[in-house]
Design a protein around this ligand. Structure first.
Ligand code: G4P
Length: 281
């Protein structure tokens, strides 16, 4: 989980660092969380990576709903961005990423050829994204060993190392760090639910209220099956029933809503309720 507080100075530093890295590379591999792909991306990369080859990788697809994964893959394709979902716990989807990367490199070679440039070096790629989207895990998975240097501090001095991931393609070993773009409360809540934002910055009642309303609307079977919640129960009624069925009671026998709230949040984050997507295109 990210423990990084974003202040304007940090964002400016991160932006400078990523712009420096972008000078060295041909292809940008943008990572986002499949459970909330818009909330967990910073679209400023579109401007910063202008002219580069691009691919979009949605990580943690094992935690997101399969039909949501398909909708988002299509959404990004419609936006002109080749996209794919990966589950880095099992490695599922990584083959497809290699082939997208080869395609992006091929396109780059073709473009250079038309301009009369003969590429003297391998195509170079940079992984980038906001904290906690799986950048280091992705680099290690591509490299098939632990190489990724942590990139969760902007402006950390680091020697650049290139990892050969396929014939003619190299990946920078340290990811480009983007700052979260929080455009509305919904995005902030999604990021907090994913554990990509400091909890103390957010009101837990509001956070769990949002989770309950998403579950009630899209995954009603979970709350009714596990805790006997009925359709139409408000957040307090849901938490009360949960606390009752889990025997989370205060001294006087009253349901302990705070414990139920924390339990619901932790269970969601640990994937105990199965695959859930927080936002759809
Ligand atoms: P970052 O560099 O972008 O900050 O992300 P990082 O690779 O550190 O990954 C953040 C967390 O997400 C890690 O868990 C990592 O294991 C997990 N993760 C990455 N990709 C996937 C995926 O496709 N599926 C699932 N289920 N999890 C993924 P952690 O709890 O912080 O660390 P650890 O317990 O795995 O060591």
């Amino acid at each position: 989980m990210s423990d990084f507080h974003w202040y304007p100075g940090h964002m400016a530093k991160a932006k400078r660092a990523i712009l420096e890295d972008l000078k060295l590379i041909d292809v940008v591999i943008e990572l986002t969380d499949a459970r909330a792909p818009l909330s967990s991306r910073n679209p400023d990369i579109n401007n910063m990576a202008n002219g580069k080859g691009r691919i979009m990788v949605m990580s943690k697809s094992d935690l997101a709903e399969p039909s949501g994964n398909d909708s988002w893959t299509q959404y990004f394709k419609d936006e002109g961005l080749d996209a794919a979902c990966v589950d880095m716990k099992s490695g599922s989807g990584m083959k497809r990423i290699r082939s997208l990367l080869m395609d992006a490199a091929e396109k780059k070679h073709e473009k250079d050829k038309r301009k009369g440039i003969r590429m003297q070096r391998p195509v170079r790629a940079l992984v980038c994204g906001i904290p906690n989207v799986g950048k280091s895990t992705f680099i290690n998975s591509m490299a098939k060993r632990n190489v990724a240097k942590t990139g969760n501090r902007p402006g950390v001095t680091k020697g650049k190392q290139w990892i050969t991931v396929s014939k003619g393609i190299e990946l920078l070993d340290s990811p480009g760090l983007l700052w979260p773009k929080i455009e509305d409360e919904k995005a902030a809540l999604n990021l907090a639910l994913l554990g990509s934002m400091n909890d103390e910055a957010i009101n837990i009642e509001r956070l769990v209220g949002e989770l309950i309303s998403i579950m009630a609307e899209r995954y009603p079977g979970i709350l009714s099956g596990m805790y006997g919640v009925s359709a139409g129960d408000d957040a307090t009624a849901v938490l009360s029933k949960m606390a009752g069925s889990l025997n989370m009671l205060q001294k006087g026998g009253e349901p302990d809503l705070d414990r139920a709230r924390q339990f619901l949040l932790d269970s969601f984050r640990n994937g105990n309720y199965g695959r859930m997507t927080l936002e759809l295109p």
